[in-house]
Write a protein that binds this ligand. Structure first.
Ligand SMILES: Nc1ncnc2c1ncn2[C@@H]1O[C@H](COP(=O)(O)OP(=O)(O)OP(=O)(O)O)[C@@H](O)[C@H]1O
Ligand SMILES: [Mg+2]
Length: 276
């Protein structure tokens, strides 16, 4: 079966003097082409989940299947990692080459692609993250935000079916953040790449079509952004606030405005209210 399936997955960490349940009994399916947001506060298990998806970590219990292949099976790991790319939160751990261009070409070259195909992918990935002018620079001399963009480009250039991004905008200023999110939306719509965007920031996940909210290692809520962000009480109970747009809607509804669902941005909402 195509897609990502987690079947009753738990992950526990044992250290010399402690024992930690990072994830417990997680079940979900992600279909190819979806845009999923995974939301949770610090330590809710988000990064553990990301690492389980490409077999960097094995579940203590349960199964993680990528297009039907089990991450527990060593023979299938190579294929799983070609299908599913992860952008990690700290780009310093991901960048290894002396030149940006080489960094981005590294993955596609290892896939055995022709030099012209590698060149095409490098240019495409650099353009998506807006780093064309930096292609001959040294990654270690870039700013944190620029490194984060290069790390994203190097995974994009592999053209994975599933792109997992663990807090990819944590070092970006608001403009770069908005640009990267806009590109992710485009890659999902136009290239049909499956996006799994992980963040503690609800504003980052506004473009997702479905949200999975983690709390203390369990799935706490699931639904469309409107369903999840519309339930301020339930979100608030675990210390999460919906994006400003949804807070505004809630307040307008409390004042007696009936807001229909057909909008995605604040200007669209304002237009609807002004028409009334
Ligand atoms: N290798 C490990 N050994 C022991 N405990 C771990 C390990 N990795 C994660 N944990 C624990 O598992 C829990 C979940 O951690 P995880 O990094 O998945 O959370 P997170 O949601 O990504 O948090 P953050 O928002 O801070 O990145 C935490 O309590 C963490 O301390
Ligand atoms: Mg994390």
């Amino acid at each position: 079966m195509d897609g990502i399936q987690l079947i009753d997955v738990s992950k526990e960490f044992k250290t010399a003097d402690s024992y930690k349940v990072a994830l417990s009994s997680i079940n979900f399916t992600i279909h190819e082409g979806e845009y999923i947001g995974i939301l949770g506060l610090n330590q809710s298990g988000k990064s553990t989940l990301a690492r389980l998806l490409n077999g960097l970590l094995k579940p203590t219990r349960g199964r993680v299947l990528i297009n039907g292949m089990d991450t527990d099976s060593p023979q299938q790991l190579k294929e799983i990692r070609q299908l599913l790319g992860i952008v990690f939160p700290n780009p310093d751990n991901q960048l290894i080459c002396p030149i940006v261009e080489e960094e981005i070409a590294f993955g596609p070259e290892n896939l055995g692609l022709s030099p012209s195909e590698v060149h095409k992918r490098v240019s495409w990935a650099l353009e998506i993250v807006g780093m064309q002018e930096m292609r001959n620079h040294a990654p270690h001399l870039l700013s944190g935000g620029q490194k984060q963009k290069v790390a994203l480009a190097s995974v994009l250039a592999m053209e994975p079916s599933y792109l997992v991004l663990d807090e990819p905008t944590s070092m970006l200023d608001p403009l770069s953040r908005r640009e990267v999110l806009e590109h992710l939306r485009m890659i999902n719509q136009e290239n049909h790449m499956t996006i799994i965007l992980i963040s503690h920031n609800p504003e980052d996940l506004m473009d997702a079509k479905r949200l999975i909210v983690l709390n203390e290692g369990s799935i706490y809520m699931q639904g469309t952004p409107k369903e999840v962000y519309g339930d301020m009480g339930k979100l608030g109970a675990v210390g999460l606030n919906p994006p400003g747009l949804y807070q505004l809607i809630q307040q307008l509804e409390e004042e007696g405005y009936r807001i229909d669902d057909n909008f995605e941005t604040i200007p669209q909402l304002v237009e609807k209210i002004c028409q009334k």
